[in-house]
Design a protein around this ligand. Structure first.
Ligand SMILES: [Fe+2]
Length: 586
């Protein structure tokens, strides 16, 4: 038990002690190299609950990290104090066990098992699995405190996929400036986020006053920062072979969008990662309760996301764009270009008749398109297909009223006839499970038992990248690397940190020799050669040939017992026939 304190005594008189005396909302995020670092964050009403005890065996959490003041933030009630421990110098592909809090009162308290996480491999040829969820907020019409009651069940079901990472496409809470709502969010997320790290983006409901680094969102989640604004509002991070970019579609006015777009262009130009996945909240294309082109620029002209961002995606061969905002699932066949309605010259679709288009076909000129996905089925009320049964086109451009946009037409000016055959649409609550294994991306879209009549695969697709070569195998292939390590110790414990060079077998070690009571981080640098035994061809990872892309309905076999494969394929086929639904009324 924690030793009695004046705070605890007072608290016991005015609040439920069990809820106040324990760290809560434990969450993992990535702030740097996922193979060697991890951000462990939590909140507590006890300002001294600022430590992580961790180790590689559950009964020997011998390393202690003390959160420095710079990563400690006093929050408005009921969020107490927020702590973020930036662990570094970790070993790749290694499971760590941990507890948070303070000596004598760590959480989870023994004899309960400690929490755990596993660092990513530093070999880009090892498979990467991640789950994408969005719009898990409570509905505006309900009194729920910020987070949908369905969210915990939906993300909990996704653990069956064994994700190494969660990607959230935004709108995590209903009102981002209400601390009670974030309290609900971090508590609801703890069962999953305390074991699997997340990377997130801000939705329009997540913002608050103040914005930027002062926003509750940015104070709670430890993520990379961008050099443009020195905030976490948008950022990039490499995970395995994937270059993830998180954009912020609350930055669409003239004072912010050009800076973000310029940063994006430079960031994508600089990456040598073979896979590029960009995620942000408001969708480039959607036919849900929010629509294509509805976001305006400073002059009130619609389509600013399409006009500004799509050419950058095209220029840098972005493979996949993940959005939310509309509460449904949508996938558009890969395209280049954007619509004339927003200032473009039109999109390039795969060849074929637009009403019977083959989604596996390449674009007519052989170039690679970007696959656009909306995943907003994380808990908020979904916009289901039956909404479209009553769809009425009211003008030649088929501007129409959809779903919950009952107050007016939503301004979607895409050619409905062209668009309908290029779209997979489903209104189920769901998550998107993606595995990238070298040159193949396989996605399975899973409607969950939570929020639906039953669990069901509602879509699958693959993207192939024949240009992926074995030159990418190993822990970086070029032999030059730097590393740094940190270690801190408390009391009589011995703190030690290790940093491994990024140059394959290259070594870089740092050790912290803690003095009594507190240890200082160690640092190290190293150089190395590609790992022994690697079949690397020594190729320059920046000189990648253009990627190829195909789509097909291939189930994620690794997840599914073979015995049920045949029945699953049948279910997928039925689901696809249902989901690829013609939206026109005549
Ligand atoms: Fe939204």
């Amino acid at each position: 038990m924690r030793r009695p304190s004046l705070f605890a005594v007072v608290c016991s008189l005015v609040c439920a002690a069990s809820a106040w005396a324990t760290p809560f909302g434990v969450r993992l995020t990535h702030y740097a190299d996922p193979a060697t670092t991890m951000a462990v964050s939590w909140n507590s009403d006890v300002p001294g609950d600022n430590q992580v005890a961790f180790g590689t065996t559950p009964d020997a959490l011998t390393t202690t990290f003390v959160v420095p003041a710079v990563n400690t933030s006093a929050m408005p009630a009921p969020l107490g104090t927020s702590f973020s421990a930036r662990l570094s110098g970790l070993s790749p592909a290694t499971t760590y066990y941990y507890r948070v809090g303070a000596p004598g009162s760590f959480y989870p308290a023994p004899p309960a098992a400690p929490l755990s996480f596993t660092t990513m491999s530093d070999d880009r040829c090892d498979p990467v699995r991640f789950v994408v969820i969005g719009d898990n907020r409570a509905d505006t019409s309900t009194g729920a405190p910020g987070v949908s009651d369905l969210y915990g069940g939906i993300i909990g079901e996704s653990l069956a996929f064994s994700p190494q990472l969660f990607v959230n496409t935004g709108d995590m809470v209903k009102n981002g400036d209400v601390p009670e709502e974030w309290d609900a969010m971090i508590r609801a997320s703890e069962p999953t986020w305390s074991t699997v790290p997340s990377i997130t983006t801000q939705g329009n409901h997540d913002t608050g006053d103040p914005d930027g680094d002062g926003a509750l969102y940015n104070r709670l989640y430890e993520l990379p920062q961008n050099a443009e604004t020195d905030t976490e509002d948008y950022y990039a991070i490499d995970v395995g072979p994937v270059h993830f970019v998180s954009l912020n579609t609350q930055h669409l006015d003239a004072s912010e969008l050009p800076a973000m777009a310029g940063w994006l262009d430079a960031d994508l130009a600089a990456t040598a990662q073979p896979w590029r996945v960009v995620f942000f909240h408001k969708a480039v294309y959607s036919r849900g309760n929010h629509s294509t082109g509805e976001e305006e620029d400073a002059d009130g002209t619609p389509g600013v996301i399409n006009r500004v961002l799509t050419p950058i995606f095209d220029a840098h061969d972005v493979d996949l764009v993940l959005n939310g905002h509309s509460h449904n699932y949508e996938r558009f066949v890969p395209t280049l270009g954007y619509d004339a309605a927003f200032g473009g010259t039109g999109r390039t679709f795969p060849a074929g008749d637009k009403d019977t288009i083959d989604p596996a076909a390449a674009l007519p000129d052989g170039t690679v398109g970007t696959t656009y996905v909306v995943t907003g089925g994380g808990g908020a009320r979904t916009t289901d297909i039956p909404f479209y049964d009553d769809l009425v086109c009211i003008d030649s451009a088929c501007t129409f009223c959809t779903g919950i946009n009952l107050g007016g037409c939503d301004g979607d000016v895409l050619d409905l006839d062209q668009d309908q055959a290029n779209l997979v649409y489903d209104g189920s609550h769901h998550y998107v499970a993606i595995e990238i294994d070298r040159g193949v991306l396989t996605a399975t879209v899973q409607a969950t038992a939570t929020g639906n009549s039953g669990a069901e695969v509602i879509d699958t697709f693959t993207i192939a990248k024949p240009s992926f070569t074995s030159a990418l195998c190993g822990a970086e292939g070029e032999g030059e690397g730097e590393g740094e390590g940190e270690g801190e110790g408390e009391g009589e414990g011995e703190g030690e940190g290790e940093g491994e060079g990024e140059g394959g077998e290259g070594e870089g070690e740092g050790e912290g020799e803690p003095a009594e009571g507190e240890g200082e981080p160690g640092e190290g640098e190293g150089e190395g050669d590609p790992p022994a035994g690697c079949t690397c061809a020594g190729g320059d990872a920046t000189a990648l040939p253009a990627a190829g892309l195909v789509l097909s309905a291939i189930p994620l076999i690794s997840l599914i017992p073979l015995i049920s494969l045949i029945s699953l394929i049948s279910r997928v086929q039925r689901a696809r026939r249902r989901a690829i639904k013609h939206l026109a009324t005549g």
